[in-house]
Design a binder for this molecule. Sequence first.
Ligand SMILES: Cc1ncc(COP(=O)(O)O)c(C=O)c1O
Length: 355
Amino acid sequence: MPVYTPDPLLVITAIAFCSFPLYSAAYKNVRQPHSSMSTHTLSTRLGLSLPSPLTPFRPDWQGANTVSMWIKRDDLIHPVVSGNKWRKLSEQLQRYMQHQSSTQRHIISFGGGFSNHLHALGWCCWQLDIRFTAIVRGNYHATPTPMLKDLAQWRANIQYVTKAEYSRRHDQDYLNALQNKAPDALIIPEGGSQASALTGVRQLLTEIQQPFDTIIAPVASGATMAGIISGLTANQSALGIAVLNGVGYLENLVAQFLPDFSKRHQQNETLPAQQWQILHQFHHGGYAKRTPALIALCEESLQAHQLAVEPVYSGKVFYAVKQLLGEGYFAPGENIVILHTGGLQGNRSDPASDE
Ligand SMILES: Cc1ncc(COP(=O)(O)O)c(C=O)c1O
C-alpha cells in the first residue's frame, strides 16, 4: 500500500510558522482597537516589533571562523507583516492613511497565490479598515492556497485573472482603466516594489548599530536591494543573491530604482566603483525551484541554528553564504550582515506550483 510521506521541509516550515509565538488566532482574525490611532504610529497600531534584532551568527561552517556575521532578523518584525514587507510598504501606507479620508480608503495590488506581499498587505488593510482588492494571477477558486484563505478571512476582495491579463499589471492603459473604475483607490505594484519602497528599506540600515562591511540579501524585483544600496556608506557594499534566473535582468531592475545611477549611466559618466553585485549561481533552477541540497540547508538551519528559513528567498541566501564561506570569498575579518527577509508563510504549501 502506498504510504504518504509529507515533504519534510513543509512539515518543518509549517511547525516553525504556526508555532511562531505571535502567529495566533488573535493575529489572524481579530482587529486591533482603533481608539489610540491618533497617538500611536502606524507600526505601533499594527503591533510591529521595531527595530528588528541583529543577532550574531556563528555556524560551524567551513570558513565561518574567518569572518564575523550577524543576522538582521526582519523576519521577527511581525508574524504576518514580516521581513521586507513592512519596509517596502511603510512609506506608502503612512502617506495614504494621512491623505485619504477613512471612508474612501481602498488599496488594490497584485500577486500570485502564495504572495508574501498580498498576505502582508491584506492583513494591514484588514487591521487598518482599508478595503483591499487582491488581483491574483491564475484561478485558485476551487483550491485556494493557505495565503488566499487568509485573505478571504481578512475580507479581501480577491479577483482571479488569467496569466494574460496579469501580464498587463505594469501597462499604463490597464492601470488607468483600473483606476477609472476605482478613483479613490491606491494601486500598489506587485511586491510593493516602487520608488517609495526604498525609503522604508533604508530604515533597516539605520537600525544596525554594529559597523559592517557587507550586507547580503535576496533579489527578486530588486526594490529591497535598491533600498539597501541607497543607504550604504562609502565603505560598505551590498551582495545580492538572485532567487531566479535573471543575469542582467535583475541588475537592470535594481538600477532602475536608483535614479542617480541610471542617469549617470545614460550620460556615460564614469560610475563610482560598484558598491553592489548580484550573484546568480544560487537560484537552484529558478524562482521557487528547490534542490535536495537547498532543502537540506533549510532543515539544517532550523535544527542546528533554530533559524527558520524557506527555500524561495532566505534559504537561497543562507545556502549562498555557506558556499561562499567555503570558497574563501570573503576577506578575513570581514563583518557581514545577512538580511532575513521573512516569507515563511509562502511555504505553507508548494509555491513551485504557482506557475
Ligand atoms: C520574503 C521575501 N524576501 C525577499 C524578496 C525579494 O525582494 P525584492 O522583490 O524587493 O527583490 C521577497 C519579494 O518581495 C520576499 O517576499
